[in-house]
Design a protein around this ligand. Structure first.
Ligand SMILES: Nc1ncnc2c1ncn2[C@@H]1O[C@H](COP(=O)(O)OP(=O)(O)OP(=O)(O)O)[C@@H](O)[C@H]1O
Ligand SMILES: [Mg+2]
Length: 273
């Protein structure tokens, strides 16, 4: 059984150094031992990437996340993947989460493919026998052959993606998280990757998919959350939410005055304006 509950979850991301001064001051301060704190304080602005997000998810939920660029979809997925701790509110997650966002995160470029597989296995909480079995699975699925014995810094970007994808999908999660359905690698590998993604989705208890493609949302999801400016605008069945979202886009186009005007959702001092 899997279950997720978010209550009034907010994520504020601090941006230091919008114009380079803060970082320079920080470095100077470290070298010369202080003295420019005032300036540094004024150099922080905060992006409110998620604001008071609340929802519950249960077994069988296949949740699509939609919304314009910067709406907060990836941020929400990162909170669910425990990459970002929320700065406010409560997140409760029951069930093993595996996410296909930030695929190569945590990989060590100096370590070999084999070493990275085992390290990821340990991170996933596997014991020795299970780690060995994912190694065999990754060998077969990635078809990287002898490259697995080399440090991964020697891989092409497509090879690195093959390894990261194979490792990230080797264990069936209870809660599966996707940022777009990615096409991975060359044609042959992409077809196998797609099949594997479908299996993962089918066998998961709860699934999240952030996507700009209505077709993917319609084929994989039975519920949609629409995010705008870090807030949930609507939560409901795909036809209704996608319909309302499309209407809003059409209306925004007509008045040529939508929220994608590039305004930053920030608080804090605009020290550099
Ligand atoms: N590392 C970061 N540091 C500061 N701000 C960030 C960071 N990552 C994202 N943001 C900001 O957080 C907000 C939400 O971004 P997010 O990546 O979650 O949007 P998204 O809905 O996934 O957009 P897209 O459709 O473009 O993928 C945006 O205002 C963005 O500028
Ligand atoms: Mg995103």
């Amino acid at each position: 059984m899997a279950r997720i509950s978010l209550r009034n979850v907010s994520v504020e991301l601090a941006i230091y150094n919008p114009r380079g001064r803060a970082l320079k001051n920080e470095l100077l301060r470290r070298t010369i031992g202080g003295g420019v704190r005032d300036d540094r304080d004024r150099a922080v602005i905060t992006v409110n990437a998620l604001k008071n997000v609340s929802f519950e998810a249960r077994d069988g939920d296949r949740i699509g996340l939609i919304g314009n660029n910067g709406a907060g979809k990836t941020t929400l997925l990162r909170v669910l993947s425990k990459v970002y701790p929320p700065t406010g509110g409560v997140v409760e997650i029951q069930g093993r989460v595996s996410s296909l966002i930030d695929l190569a995160m945590g990989m060590d470029m100096e370590a070999t493919g084999y070493e990275n597989i085992v390290m990821r296995g340990v991170m996933l909480g596997l014991d020795h026998k299970q780690a060995r079995s994912i190694t065999e699975d990754v060998e077969t699925f990635s078809q990287l052959g002898q490259y697995l014995s080399l440090p991964i810094r020697t891989y092409s970007s497509g090879m690195l993606l093959r390894l990261a994808f194979a490792v990230s999908t080797a264990v069936q999660p209870e809660i599966a998280i996707f940022d777009e359905i990615i096409g991975v690698g060359d044609a042959g590998f992409a077809a196998r990757a797609k099949k594997r993604i479908h299996q993962l989705i089918q066998n998961s208890n709860i699934m999240f998919l952030a996507s700009h493609d209505n077709g993917s949302i319609q084929s994989f999801c039975n519920r949609v959350l629409w995010l705008r400016g870090g807030e949930i605008v609507m939560d409901g069945p795909p036809p209704e939410v996608l319909g309302a979202y499309d209407d809003a886009i059409a209306a925004a186009d007509e008045i040529a005055d939508d929220e994608t005007s590039g305004e930053l959702p920030i608080t804090g001092e605009r020290a550099f304006s």
